[in-house]
Design a protein around this ligand. Structure first.
Ligand SMILES: [Zn+2]
Ligand SMILES: [Zn+2]
Length: 230
């Protein structure tokens, strides 16, 4: 079904802005046309006015993802319903000259065939796709990337509903950051410790250690650096 593809329009629009980084790529008619991707028939009608119109829709769509990501399912649904009311669909089956290998039209759904403008077409399609995704798979499948400062929206299609990041790149970045933070914590715990204690050897449970450990009580294997003692 193409609905997943349509819900991807919602993700693409939201992620045209990185609010925490102060970045925005939705700044021109060309950028609007790019968002439409393969839906070029809708993109052709884009004008300068669609830049600000789409930005306004983007803000509201981000709020849907944010509410879902915070576990506020009712709010996410309310916000999306309001968008669906405002940007209704008018579905039509279309082929528009795109033929398959046997010369038959590739029939597919156009969800907003008579839109007032490009934004109305985009919003109707994106919101309907998102609504189907949400009702089919669950509100908890909508999320906001947890690898700050990235605040990208994503749709979780993993089998165990475990996704927390928009991309592999952000997952790696978050893991590295968590590792470094843990190391920093361990180092600050280790600093007051006497010279005799090793910094390593704490692969498991090192985080829970509370205070300085006396060199004399350390296991024999860790005392090898204390040359001359004993
Ligand atoms: Zn089409
Ligand atoms: Zn991310």
């Amino acid at each position: 079904m193409e609905l997943n593809y349509y819900s991807d329009l919602a993700v693409r629009l939201v992620n045209s802005e990185q609010p925490e980084r102060g970045e925005d790529t939705l700044t021109s008619v060309d950028a609007v046309r790019e968002l439409f991707g393969a839906h070029s028939t809708m993109a052709r009608r884009a004008t300068e006015a669609d830049v600000s119109r789409l930005r306004a829709v983007r803000t509201r769509l981000r709020a849907v993802f944010a509410a879902a990501s915070e576990g506020d399912e009712v709010r996410a649904v309310d916000l999306l319903n309001a968008l669906l009311m405002e940007f209704p669909t008018s579905p039509q089956i279309s082929g528009h000259g795109d033929l398959d290998d046997e010369g038959r039209p590739r029939w597919h759904m156009h969800l907003a065939e008579q839109p007032a403008n490009a934004t109305a077409a985009y919003a109707a399609t994106a919101c309907m796709g998102l609504a189907f995704h949400l009702t089919d798979l669950g509100v908890d499948r909508l999320g906001i990337c947890q690898a700050t400062p990235c605040r990208n929206a994503y749709l979780d299609t993993s089998t165990n509903r475990s996704r927390r990041y928009c991309s592999d790149r952000c997952a790696t970045r978050a893991n590295v950051a968590a590792y470094r933070a843990r190391k920093r914590r361990e180092n600050s715990l280790d600093r007051p410790v006497e010279a005799g204690r090793e910094a390593d050897g704490d692969a498991a449970g090192g985080r829970g250690r509370s205070g300085p450990v006396s060199g004399r009580t350390a296991p024999a294997a860790q005392r090898t650096t204390e040359a001359g003692e004993d």
